[in-house]
Design a protein around this ligand. Structure first.
Ligand code: ADP
Ligand code: MG
Length: 314
């Protein structure tokens, strides 16, 4: 009798697995055919990519699903190496606070040109925050969710390197997800930092002091950028209080752009930091300052930040 039950439940299990496998295939095809993608509107663009809203509608009757499609800005025909990395990294991440990978789309020539991900209707945190009046508790809830997504990323030994409100996406009034893994790097076991070689233009005002001085990126430098992101959230992404605006105002004279990094380092070396946002609770200001400790090892981890947010939000 026991073996019979086992056989029965075994075949049931196989059926369930079979069903899940095929239903998954139909709901999340990983190769999207370009001919079924109908362009709806542009969603935004950053340094490297263009993101567009499409309706994926193979039945051609308007019943399809909305997807966000990221394409590289045309770089004279060739596909940069980092682009495939971005796709591979996103593909390997599964977390409720990280944007979901859906598939990719290949051009006739065979090279992958588009990354297809879930569409988050409320756009980036930057757009969202400047449109509504968010209370402090909701700000802290979002901050904690960012920490949760980042803690997961760090356990997978990735550093993000571009954490900022513009790269956090909003699903609804109580859920945010980290998006844009364009600068993410893998840190091999045993190593503690990644040193950049290429000299692209970088989001310097979100960078930790050792990144500016020595191009050393680590788990701790993501914490620094989180501190700046937390500052952006609590200033509700007001452009007059943005990190570039505030830091530029702190610098003497009219600094030329090539001098910006040097001036920024001088300023940070003097222990100058972004100001406390108006309605920022004292404990949260303390967290921000800990994220901006000059010594990387003195900064908290995302795990400990999560605990602290939980305590403050009580
Ligand atoms: P880049 O690598 O060029 O910075 P991002 O991935 O940050 O590109 O995307 C640029 C902008 O496009 C974002 O700031 C956001 O406004 C919008 N966007 C990106 N992904 C999505 C998405 N999945 N759903 C909705 N909007 C998105
Ligand atoms: Mg971006």
């Amino acid at each position: 009798e026991l073996t019979e039950i086992m056989i029965k439940s075994g075949s049931l299990l196989a059926q369930v697995a079979f069903f899940l496998f095929f239903s998954n295939l139909s709901v999340y095809p990983s190769v999207f055919h370009k001919r079924y993608l109908k362009k709806m509107r542009d969603l935004g663009e950053g340094h490297f990519g263009m993101v567009t809203l499409y309706l994926y509608d193979p039945a051609n009757d308007g019943t399809g699903e909305h997807v966000a499609v990221k394409a590289l800005k045309q770089e004279n025909g060739h596909v940069p190496e980092g682009w495939m990395k971005e796709i591979e990294i996103l593909k390997s991440l599964y977390h409720s606070n990280i944007v979901k990978y859906k598939g990719c789309c290949t051009e006739l020539g065979g090279h992958v040109v588009q990354l297809i991900m879930e569409y988050l209707p409320l756009g980036s945190l930057r757009e969202y925050l400047s449109k509504r009046k968010l209370g402090v508790p909701q700000c802290l809830m979002f901050a904690q969710q960012i920490c949760q997504g980042m803690e997961y990323l760090h356990t997978k030994r990735y550093i993000h390197r571009d954490l900022a409100a513009r790269n956090v996406l909003v699903e609804n009034d109580s859920l945010v997800k980290i998006g844009d893994f364009g600068l993410t790097k893998y840190i091999p076991e045993g190593d503690i930092y990644y040193r950049v070689r290429e000299d692209g233009d970088s989001p310097v005002f979100w960078y930790a002091i050792e990144c500016l001085k020595e191009s050393k990126f680590s788990f701790s430098s993501d914490i620094w950028s989180f501190g700046v992101t937390l500052y952006e959230i609590l200033t509700r992404c007001d452009p007059r209080q943005s990190p570039p605006t505030k830091f530029t105002a702190m610098m003497q004279k009219d600094t030329q752009s090539q001098m910006t990094v040097i001036e920024l380092i001088k300023l940070l070396d003097k222990q100058l930091r972004l100001p406390r946002p108006k309605d920022c609770p004292h404990e949260v200001r303390m967290l921000m300052e800990q994220c901006w400790a000059a010594e990387p090892i003195q900064r908290p981890s995302f795990g400990s930040l999560i605990e602290k947010f939980e305590a403050v939000r009580q």
